[in-house]
Design a protein around this ligand. Structure first.
Ligand SMILES: Cc1cc2nc3c(=O)[nH]c(=O)nc-3n(C[C@H](O)[C@H](O)[C@H](O)COP(=O)(O)OP(=O)(O)OC[C@H]3O[C@@H](n4cnc5c(N)ncnc54)[C@H](O)[C@@H]3O)c2cc1C
Length: 562
């Protein structure tokens, strides 16, 4: 187990290293040259140097056995430095995941041991030219090679597309169809018939190497079949989605905050119309505060999911999908708003936010696109809705009401309104069979993600007030600020569910003209509208926290009170 102190030391050495080796000018130059700094990636993976990958590897194989929570914090930190380099390091983690979760003990000892001891780089080869979101469509084949009636090896043929570290990895995990179905194979670089293409010329993460792979009659011994049993590949990939998506969520979080952490100080120095931009509500309440709220709602969900995975609750694939969806959408929106916040300067390379915006864009695509996340979330929670006869979100609402009674300032009451409204929307969708429209199914995924994050942020704020947050939890905001963030987000989630729920149910013919008023009442719209009261004051408070004006804010509030 990694102690808080060790983790903090690792995070600090990452920051110190980045300051020295990857300052802004170097990042800009590498980005412009479209160059992956392989030496830096190898230095960071070297167990005698930074050895970042040791955090990912279980102790029994020579690593440090970091928890999901530890790895989330490391991923966030890496993304704050550079998402391209972070992707390169993550590729080793992702590439070795089928081994960590599906390999035989001998395979684990050999390959995970080599990552820990030698710092070798991995690549994860799943995607193909015609198999992206739908991996089941993969065409790469692995034909058995038999001798005396015994399988001694496989011949792999096919091609892979968009593979991170594709041109620099030492070892590749390749998904290929065996006679018994998709399976992972371990392929070393340089073997006969195996080649990679030139690096892709990408929109962002230009510091990471992405390349197509070609496999022509590549022979591997039978002991390179991960787990030794054919047909387990998709299952092995599925087993880690909860975990890996939490990590990509942390990428969205880190990149989004890294952009805002440039926009916030900039706005204190930039004077327009006689005062700094940071003092203008029309600026802070549009470009800064909502993005902070969204990032912190996503962080809550990430932290909660990481904690649950570490507690042994299983794969939590849907929770991983919610975390990834919310954090990567929020990260991208924050980076885009940061360009706006810097005006013309934001649009130039020098100020970095445009690079961050290009970089973070990928997090909405790889490890499952945002639309696939919406589908995953919706399909799973739809089953819960059916199994509980429509009570799943009503029950969540009741739990939040209990929390509201315990702590009335964390927005739990409003989050409860969102949950009850969601239950009503889903029930209308069931009765009207509206999920036959794919768009409705996907929109439900978004409403579910917002509702669950609202509940999560309310719980996080309450735990902070009680001094019960995870010992390694992010400490940027104190309990009062977290409660304020939670209230703001809960209001948005509740309004979104009520209004968009109404829009999509009515829009797909799920409610008759005479029934609309009853549906509006069931959604609790008046209460949700009333809950918006206090929104501007709460946004003012968060702006004051971000700009270190809280003492002033409290003085002003005291004067108003007097
Ligand atoms: C820089 C980069 C690095 C990558 N690294 C790796 C890696 O290391 N290893 C690896 O295996 N892969 C990697 N990928 C591939 C990545 O995971 C895929 O690009 C991603 O899963 C999407 O697949 P696709 O590109 O084929 O898009 P598609 O699946 O064709 O999707 C195109 C669009 O259609 C939508 N869509 C897809 N299916 C549906 C549906 N059923 N209903 C409605 N809408 C749908 C998608 O949301 C998307 O908007 C990488 C990609 C990039 C760009």
């Amino acid at each position: 187990m990694i102690t808080k102190k060790t983790l903090q030391l690792s995070l600090k050495s990452l920051r110190d290293f980045a300051k020295k080796r990857l300052p802004d000018e170097e990042l800009i130059a590498l980005d412009e040259r479209d160059e992956c700094p392989e030496d830096i990636v190898r230095y960071m993976s070297n167990p005698d140097k930074l050895g970042i990958q040791l955090l990912f590897i279980p102790e029994e194989y020579g690593g440090m056995g970091g928890s999901t929570f530890d790895v989330y914090l490391i991923c966030e930190q890496m993304a704050r430095i550079d998402l391209g380099v972070a992707t390169s390091l993550f590729a080793t983690f992702l590439g070795s995941d089928p081994i960590t979760f599906g390999a035989t003990p001998e395979q684990k000892k050999k390959w995970l041991g080599r990552i820990a001891d030698e710092g070798i780089l991995f690549a994860y080869g799943a995607t193909e030219p015609d198999a992206g979101s739908d991996l089941g469509a993969l065409k790469t084949t692995a034909d058995r090679v038999e001798k005396d009636g015994k399988i001694v090896g496989y011949k792999i043929n096919g091609s892979k597309q968009w593979i991170s570290n594709g041109g620099i990895a030492d070892v590749y995990t390749i998904l290929a169809n065996t006679p018994a179905g998709p399976s992972w194979f371990i392929v070393e670089k340089g073997v006969k018939g195996f080649a990679h293409d030139k690096p892709e010329d990408k929109h962002g993460i230009r510091l990471s190497n992405t390349a197509a792979l070609a496999l022509n009659d590549v022979y591997v011994d039978a002991d390179r079949l991960v787990g030794g049993v054919e047909g387990q590949g998709l299952l092995q990939a599925q087993m880690v989605f909860g975990y890996t998506r939490v990590m990509v969520a942390a990428f969205g979080l880190g990149a989004g905050w890294s952009a805002l952490d440039r926009a916030i100080p900039y706005s204190t120095k930039r004077i327009q119309a006689g005062t700094p931009l940071s003092e203008k509500q029309g600026y802070t309440h549009k470009l800064i505060v909502p993005n902070v709220v969204h990032l912190e709602a996503a962080r809550s969900y990430i932290e909660e999911t990481a904690q649950r995975i570490d507690a042994g609750e299983g794969n939590l694939n849907t929770e991983g999908a919610i975390a990834k969806y919310m954090a990567t959408e929020a990260g991208h929106a924050a980076a885009d708003a940061s360009i706006q916040a810097l005006g013309g300067y934001g649009y130039t390379h020098e100020y970095m936010v445009e690079k961050i915006s290009r970089d973070v864009r990928i997090t909405r695509i790889y490890e499952g696109t945002s639309e696939i996340m919406e589908m995953t979330i919706s399909r799973d929670r739809w089953q819960f809705h059916l199994k509980t006869r429509g009570q799943y979100y009503h029950e969540m609402g009741k739990d939040l009401e209990v929390l509201d009674a315990r702590n009335p300032v964390v927005g739990a009451g409003t989050a409860a309104l969102a949950a009850h409204a969601l239950a009503e929307v889903m029930e209308r969708a069931r009765v009207g069979r509206l999920t036959r429209y794919q768009h409705i199914l996907f929109r439900l995924g978004q409403l579910i993600a917002y509702t669950e994050c609202a509940g999560s942020l309310a719980r996080r704020a309450a735990l902070a007030a009680e001094g019960e947050l995870h010992e390694k939890a992010d400490e940027r905001f104190d309990a009062t600020a977290l409660a304020t963030l939670a209230r703001i987000f809960a209001r948005e989630a509740a309004l979104k569910v009520a209004e968009e729920g109404l829009q999509w149910v009515c829009g797909s013919g799920g409610v008759s003209d005479s029934d609309v008023a009853a549906f509006e009442a069931a959604l609790g719209s008046p209460a949700i509208h009333r809950a918006q009261e206090g929104l501007i004051a709460d946004m003012d408070y968060i702006a004051d926290v971000l700009y270190s004006r809280v003492a002033k804010h409290e003085e002003a509030a005291a004067l108003v009170g007097a």
